[in-house]
Design a protein around this ligand. Structure first.
Ligand SMILES: Nc1nc2c([nH]c(=O)n2[C@H]2C[C@H](O)[C@@H](COP(=O)(O)OP(=O)(O)OP(=O)(O)O)O2)c(=O)[nH]1
Length: 136
């Protein structure tokens, strides 16, 4: 059996808004929106992977808050785990430095205004429920 690899995605929240990031690569994912993050490396704690990826991709200093219960399948062997996170005091504002070419802070009523990656929709639905947003 192929080993599964955890991808940590951040539900970065600020003033009740969720940060969505538009992928710039690879071509099959470009133009679709996702939760910023990336693969957990061998021996790395998921929270540490999240902080590392958010620093690399967005230039921010983030604090993981809690794991959102659940696990969502991505392209094999990857599975998505989601953690809520917030900006630490003094952090720079997020910028699309790597992997993304646009960012948007979405209020709960606008969560579905961006074309999420198909495989992210169940996780975003879970976040919508937690944020008290409308269903889709
Ligand atoms: N970060 C992230 N990746 C996602 C999401 N949904 C989804 O299918 N993926 C896929 C895209 C990639 O195939 C894989 C994560 O790759 P990545 O490119 O973000 O991770 P990474 O920085 O660790 O990768 P690498 O370039 O160092 O190999 O998971 C999502 O919401 N967030």
């Amino acid at each position: 059996m192929t080993e599964r690899i955890v991808v940590v995605g951040a539900a970065l929240l600020d003033a009740g808004r969720l940060l969505a990031a538009r992928r710039s690569a690879p071509p099959e994912l470009a133009g679709r929106w996702e939760l910023p993050g990336g693969k957990v490396e061998t021996g790395e704690r998921p929270e540490d992977a999240l902080v590392r990826e958010l620093r690399e991709e967005l230039g921010i200093d983030a604090e993981p808050v809690e794991r959102v219960p659940g696990e969502w399948p991505l392209r094999s062997p990857y599975v998505l785990h989601v953690w809520t996170a917030r900006l630490r005091p003094g952090s720079a504002a997020p910028r699309p430095l790597q992997d993304h070419d646009d960012l948007r802070w979405l209020t709960p009523d606008r969560l579905w205004e961006v074309p999420w990656l198909d495989q992210d929709v169940p996780a975003v639905r879970e976040l919508a429920a937690r944020l008290g947003a409308g269903a889709r």
